[in-house]
Ligand binder design. Sequence first.
Ligand code: SF4
Ligand code: SF4
Ligand code: SF4
Length: 278
Amino acid sequence: MSKALLYDSTACIGCKQCEQACATQNHLEYNDAIAGEEYQSAHKLTTVVTRGNKFMRRLCMNCADPSCASVCPVGALTKTALGPVTYDASKCMGCRYCMVACPFSVPKYEWGKLFPKVQKCVMCPDRVAQGKPTACAEICPTGATKFGERDELVAEARQRIRDNPGKYVDHIYGLEEVGGTSVLLLSPVPFETFGYRTDIAKDPLPMLTYRILSHIPRLPEPLVLRVVAGLGSLDSVVRASQRELESVEGVGTVRAREIREGLRRLQEHNLVDRYLQL
Ligand code: SF4
Ligand code: SF4
Ligand code: SF4
C-alpha cells in the first residue's frame, strides 16, 4: 500500500516545527534566518508559507508518476512502491533535467558546492521503510501534517470537506494533479493564494519530456560528455543528437523522429527556455 502525507492548512499553526524536523532529518542547517525564508531551496526542503493568518506547506509532491524521475538519464530519481521519490546522489551527473521537468519547480541545485547535488524532499524513505511516519508528520503538534495510507488519507480528506461545509475549498490538491501525488493538501482558501498551480494537467506529465531526454544515455560517448560538461544549451544538444542518431544506420531514423517530436513538444511548452534560465 502506498503511503502519503495529508496536510490540512486549517489545522496548521505555523510553528514551523516541520521545517526544523526536516532539516534535522536531512542533515541541513536550520536557524532563524532560514526559518524566515518562505521558499524551497537546496538548504530548505520544505517551507511553511504564510498569507495573512493562513498557512500552507510547500514540499516535493512525491508524484505517483514523477516527471523528474522519467527524464533523469542515469536513474538517480526513483519512485518507490511505498510512495517516496528518492534521489541517489552517487548516480546524479548534474544535468538538472529534473529541475526542468518538475511541474512544481521543486528540485534545487547546490550551486555553491564543489560537488553539488540536487536537493528535494524525498519523503523520508528510510523512516517510511521502517514503518515510521515522516519526520515532519511525527513532529507536527496539531496533526496538520498527517502520515498514513494514501487511500485512507484521501477518504479522510473527503470526509473533512463533506463534514465541514464552507471550511475548505472543495479540492484535495494532489488527488488528481499530474496523475496523483503522495502529498495531499487541504486549504480554506484557493490554492493559488500560496502559489500552487490549479491549471495543471490531470494526467501524468512524464511522456512530455521522456522521449527526448531518455535518449541521452544511449547516445555516443562524446555527446554524453558534452551533457556532463555543462549543458550550455539543451537545444544544441538535441540538434547534435538528431544528427548523430540519423547517422546510425537502421535505428537512427526512428530515434531521430522521436527526438524531433520530443523537441517540438518541449519547445511548445517552453521547457527549453525554462532550462536555459536555471
Ligand atoms: S514534485 Fe517534482 S520533484 Fe517532486 S516527485 Fe513530482 S516531479 Fe519529482
Ligand atoms: S517528508 Fe521528510 S524530507 Fe519531506 S518535508 Fe517531511 S521531513 Fe522533510
Ligand atoms: S509542524 Fe504542523 S502545525 Fe507546525 S507549521 Fe508544520 S504543519 Fe503547521
